[in-house]
Ligand binder design. Structure first.
Ligand code: GH3
Ligand code: MG
Ligand code: MG
Ligand code: MG
Length: 323
């Protein structure tokens, strides 16, 4: 994550987008059991944003759980110190963890305010509330929220992009490598079987040479669909390299792995790859299998055996499954 610079996250490029975002009306939840105070604040907020008023924590959490709010303005003098509990609940639920909170504070509530600030409340305003000051604080918090939401989305996209193969949507080799170790350790610990399947398209270079790289890409996408169709949800399927695909199958012994490999091989060989209305291609793939053995088998050695089995399958004429 440290390697992701502002530029990669698109911060500079998106200044205009952020500006547009911050012009969109924000939803503001006002929590106050004093109806008159609540309505006064709501009327001020309504000149720019979309306020909703509730009188207590239960209604507040209800609203927040099914609405997209950008800010909560909470009266710190709610009965029974409920404001503190509400703030802590908002911070502990993932959906509202990043919601900005502004407290409205009655003089005399300073001790409670300190605890609230310690809890991660973003800002506060003293009563009697000044309209311009309130709107200025609301504006700052809403902008900050928009901006950090945007950054968080970008970060999530970057993380996802780093483990997903863009061409096929399968996980990539990096993702597989982090998880293979875990899966091997788990199989060791539980004494369960674990098999690895490595599939490589036969004479794929010929497809590129004959039909061009774009058709080659379309074939890889279609291959990945069939590949995924032949694996279970708990199997970890990935595009290991160019035209090599790998699946790690927990809870799977060699005879079962052989069935999977054979089904995959048959599914590739039996139906043509219809890559465009005018172009259908016959294709085969070779498959190498290995199963985790007792002793000092490691992720690397299991993988190497699958690779060796694949090599044997290629040498034996391709369109075969070997273990
Ligand atoms: P073999 O049966 O021995 O596996 O022969 P092969 O031609 O499939 O094997 P080789 O490893 O010689 O060639 C793999 C080809 O896959 C070469 C490369 O250009 C192509 N390739 C790798 N990645 C991509 C990709 O993303 N898109 C396309 N279109 N081709 C790719
Ligand atoms: Mg090759
Ligand atoms: Mg190949
Ligand atoms: Mg290859």
């Amino acid at each position: 994550l440290r390697a992701l610079t502002g530029r990669q996250l698109g911060i500079n490029e998106d200044a205009a987008l952020l500006k547009a975002l911050s012009n969109e009306k924000s939803r503001v939840l006002i929590v106050d059991d004093d109806q008159r105070n609540a309505n006064r604040i709501a009327n001020w907020v309504a000149t720019i944003h979309l306020p909703t008023v509730v009188s207590g924590p239960t209604a507040a959490l209800d609203e927040l759980s099914d609405g997209e709010y950008d800010l909560a303005i909470i009266s710190l003098s709610l009965a029974q110190a409920d404001a503190l509990r509400l703030c802590s609940q908002i911070r502990s639920v993932s959906r509202t963890r990043h919601l900005p909170i502004i407290l409205v504070v009655e003089p005399g509530y300073e001790a409670r305010l300190l605890r609230a600030l310690d809890m991660g409340v973003n800002d506060y305003i003293m009563r009697p509330v000044d309209e311009n000051e309130l709107l200025a604080r609301v504006k700052t918090q809403v902008r900050r929220k928009r901006y950090s939401d945007h950054l968080r989305d970008r970060l999530e996209e970057s993380i996802e992009a780093s483990v997903i193969d863009a061409l096929t949507g399968l996980h990539n080799r990096r993702y597989m490598e982090t998880h293979l170790t875990t899966l091997v350790e788990e199989a060791r610990r539980t004494g369960r079987a674990l098999s690895v399947l490595l599939a490589d398209i036969d004479h794929f270079k010929h497809v590129n040479d004959t039909y061009g790289h774009d058709i080659g890409d379309a074939v890889l996408r279609e291959f990945s669909v069939r590949f995924r169709r032949n694996t279970r949800g708990i199997d970890l399927a990935c595009r290991y390299g160019g035209e090599e695909f790998l699946v790690i199958m927990p809870d799977t012994d060699m005879s079962r792995a052989f069935q999977v490999g054979e089904r995959l091989r048959a599914s590739i060989a039996s139906d043509v790859f219809q890559v465009s209305p005018a172009c259908s291609i016959n294709l085969t793939a070779s498959v190498g299998l290995a199963t985790l053995e007792c002793g000092d088998d490691t992720p690397e050695t299991v993988f190497r055996r699958a690779d060796q089995a694949l090599f044997v399958a290629k040498r034996a004429g391709r369109n075969r499954v070997e273990a």
